[in-house]
Design a binder for this molecule. Structure first.
Ligand SMILES: [Zn+2]
Length: 346
């Protein structure tokens, strides 16, 4: 009689409560395929299920080509696609509160938390924030790499990012997020903006998807100092899978775990989460000209071969086990720390 591999059984147990990924460019892809239906069920559900994914941060992001005129329009269209696709399936739920996330889990549904990467859709109108809140946006990062009405992003370079902090509008957005119960995301923001947001907010701060500068020294990633600032406030840092190293040969699952270990060493395990930022599926759809544009504007992403989509979440858990992480710590990384943030803020 054959028995199942004990490691696989251990992964099953660890994944039983689900895996949370706080950054996924899903709405952008659904928008790109808006002429079709059933994209969620046919293209994403099998991978979510294989990886036991329970909560996904679905990020609204507006590409340069739509700005400034169509930022609001495209953001609404991305959210509309997410609602339409979710309504057409019995396996997904758009969640706005911690309780709704728990309910989704209890009924075996995959929860989407709508997030916004860059406030371009708001224009300079704070009242739009309330509209997006009503639509379900529950986490907002003020900027991507580019400067906008709220502040400045960190460059994909070791130096040279703008040194100014937030604009007055950026400060208003942060205060309004805190008042509404929207999580403020520190991913991408430049150093001065990062510090200003920490000084303005009182809730545990989070970085939905980033890597550590120790292993990939660009302003877009976070320094040891910043990691400690998040840890001191009981915040959580989601480790990104696409910027683990400037070198292709170092972009490995083991090096992803090195980023986890580095944050854990500086802050303790309670500040480590996942923000995979899987992007290869979009990148591969692009013509070579657009891939080159990305490389020129930001950087050439090096995708980790055995960590490129949600079905690979089990590979990560397997490696965490092999690297000696305890079950309690693995469960915190996979979901527990993010759930604590949701419970506290949403
Ligand atoms: Zn990002």
């Amino acid at each position: 009689m054959s028995r199942r591999d004990p490691i696989e059984e251990r992964i099953d147990r660890l994944h039983f409560g689900g895996v949370i990924d706080m950054h996924f460019d899903l709405p952008m892809d659904l928008y790109g395929k808006r002429e079709r239906g059933d994209v969620l069920e046919t293209e994403f559900l099998p991978e979510f299920e294989a990886g036991n994914i329970s909560v996904v941060g679905a990020a609204i992001y507006i590409e340069d080509q739509y700005l400034p005129q169509n930022g609001l329009r495209v953001a609404l269209d991305q959210i509309a696609r997410l609602y339409a696709e979710t309504a057409a399936s019995e396996r997904f739920a758009i969640c706005k509160t911690y309780r709704e996330i728990q309910q989704a889990r209890e009924t075996g549904m995959i929860a989407f938390l709508i997030t916004m990467e860059g406030i371009e859709p708001l224009g300079t109108d704070l009242s739009q924030l309330r509209v997006f809140y009503e639509l379900g946006v529950r986490l907002i990062g003020l900027t991507h790499a580019r400067t906008n009405a709220a502040g400045h992003g960190g460059l994909f370079a070791a130096t040279g990012s703008p040194s100014e902090g937030l604009t007055e509008f950026g400060r208003q957005v942060v205060r309004e997020c805190q008042a509404l119960g929207v999580i403020v995301d520190l991913a991408h923001i430049n150093q001065a903006g990062f510090e200003e947001i920490l000084a303005t907010t009182t809730k545990p701060p989070i970085v939905s998807h980033t890597n550590v500068r120790r292993y990939y020294d660009i302003d877009r990633n976070i320094s040891d100092e910043q990691i400690k600032m998040i840890g001191e406030r009981r915040g959580v840092i989601g480790i990104n899978s696409i910027l683990v190293s400037p070198r292709e040969d170092e972009s490995t699952l083991d090096h992803y775990v090195d980023h986890i270990e580095h944050v854990a060493e500086l802050t303790g395990i309670d500040s480590v989460g996942i923000g995979f930022d899987f992007f290869e599926f979009i990148y591969r759809q692009w013509p070579e000209s657009k891939q080159k544009e990305l490389a020129a504007k930001f950087t050439t992403p090096h995708f980790i071969p055995d960590l490129t989509n949600h079905s690979h979440a089990r590979n990560l858990t397997c490696r965490l086990i092999e690297r000696g992480f305890s079950d309690v710590d693995i469960e915190k990384i996979l979901r527990g720390n993010w759930l604590r943030i949701f419970e506290e803020i949403l």
